[in-house]
Write a new protein. Structure first.
Length: 88
């Protein structure tokens, strides 16, 4: 997202199967980053858990239920942004 928008450098986009799964993924990300000393500046969508957004400043994490991800299609909306391969 760097150079395309001024509010973050990266989007992370992930999917869960159902709301419980989406919520668990979001909690796992938040807990893992908290262990590294990072807390989200803002979070939303946790109650319904169809689309949870975690804003860490330079990185915004989107976790969707699959049907919601397909509907909003952020990958298409932001297709001009280069993709960064996940290192494992």
């Amino acid at each position: 997202m760097r150079g395309i928008v001024n509010f973050c450098d990266f989007f992370v986009i992930a999917s869960g199967l159902v709301d419980r799964h989406v919520r668990a993924i979001a909690q796992g990300i938040a807990e893992g980053l908290k262990n590294l000393g990072l807390k989200p500046w803002h979070a939303e969508g946790e109650e319904q858990a169809q689309w949870i957004l975690l804003d860490f400043g330079d990185c915004v994490v989107h976790i969707f239920e699959k049907s919601i991800r397909d509907f909003y299609d952020l990958e298409y909306l932001w297709q001009d942004a280069p993709r960064v391969a996940l290192k494992r």
